[in-house]
Design a protein around this ligand. Sequence first.
Ligand SMILES: Cc1cc2nc3c(=O)[nH]c(=O)nc-3n(C[C@H](O)[C@H](O)[C@H](O)COP(=O)(O)OP(=O)(O)OC[C@H]3O[C@@H](n4cnc5c(N)ncnc54)[C@H](O)[C@@H]3O)c2cc1C
Length: 431
Amino acid sequence: MPLPANFPCTAAVVGGGPAGLMAAEALSGHGVRVDLFDAMPSVGRKFLIAGKGGMNITHSEPAAAFRARYREREADIAPLLDTFGPNALREWIAGLGIATFVGSSGRVFPADMKAAPLLRAWLKRLRETGVRFHMRHRWCGWTLENGQRALRFSTPHGERSVFAGAVVLALGGGSRAKLGSDGRWVRQMEQAGIPIAPLRPANCGFDVGWSAHLRERFAGRPVKPVVASLADRAGKRIRQAGEFVVTATGVEGGLIYALSAPLRDAIEANGSALLHLDLLPGREWRYVVDEIAHPRGSRSLSGHLQSRLGLKGVKVALLRECVAPEAFSDPEKLAAAIKALPLRLVAPRPLDEAISSAGGVMFEALDKNLMLHKLPGTFCAGEMLDWEAPTGGYLLTACFAGGRAAGLGALGWLNREGGGNPNPPFPQDAS
Ligand SMILES: Cc1cc2nc3c(=O)[nH]c(=O)nc-3n(C[C@H](O)[C@H](O)[C@H](O)COP(=O)(O)OP(=O)(O)OC[C@H]3O[C@@H](n4cnc5c(N)ncnc54)[C@H](O)[C@@H]3O)c2cc1C
């Protein structure tokens, strides 16, 4: 049934990703009637995609290491994790009848590795506690009607105004727009005077600008094992072991995602980022020199590198691509390139291709319950806040924790003493 043109409700949650659903649960679990709105025909689309190929929901590493993953935002995210961290999240998943396990890397997965059964069980429970879902309701900002602030929605039945006693916005970041999180909310929030850090790609690939030879012969090939290193903003060397994939335009994959924040920052500051790749992580430079210098007889250099060092295929192609030809006749220089191949990255891939986004609603705009100072009664959660983290379960954990905090904040707002006008106008309109 379509909503009436003016719809009063107790609590409105806008955005049905993990953060919004968790906010809805925090409210409905305390007996609050929740109306959840989402622009898409169904909720949790990005969550379901995250579950493809293994839903990595959190991580088992010690709390201090876990928190450090949020870099500059550690102090803002830590209080959320204090009340709903990785262990609480695993217990909560168990409450949905789904066991979790710790993989060899310390990452935590649901027993069947899938997102769909978890989402199904969760939505069932939310419906049972009275959460009403309004799909294809796109939030388009606020409107002021008779001195009251209302949420404005575009729906298949025309525009609707929703008057809510408390609001949680959990609209996601700006990547993978076709899953719902298109970042169009940025303009509406900015118009309301909310400070927003620009959305930028996080956990993303990068462009290199390969030669036609490398692109045509090696795009799609994995490069492993390698250790990548780069200098961060403070000049400190960051090292990361793993693997990546050569793409038609550059590089992507776990190792690159893990370093994507400092790589992106370096490109923003200097126009490009220099990554060094150790193509033979298990071997010392001296050993590599000696093996290259070993007489090779009539063998080609490629054959020699393969037989003495096991270097072949895409690794040798990268050497040819990134190292001056003279180095190939000097064992010390060639060994230096093998141990620290300079790879210059020139641009991050576009935001829409990224796994997640950095930037969003600045924490300075929020109180400790994630309520907007400027719009009392309106809370924000999830990837739309200005934090970022690598893959490894850190994204979802912070979305769940933030959604719960915002939901509980909204609950506190609804139950506050004095009540007052549940939908005060914007501060600037209140004169
Ligand atoms: C390919 C891929 C793999 C991933 N794998 C992992 C992983 O293994 N582990 C991990 O921790 N994280 C992973 N992530 C990231 C994780 O899925 C996201 O960080 C998380 O879903 C963000 O949750 P959210 O609730 O903040 O936003 P979202 O899940 O993006 O949900 C936002 C919701 O808001 C709705 N919305 C947006 N604008 C409006 C509007 N104007 N009106 C109404 N509704 C609106 C959208 O339709 C959407 O339903 C992955 C992401 C991708 C793309």
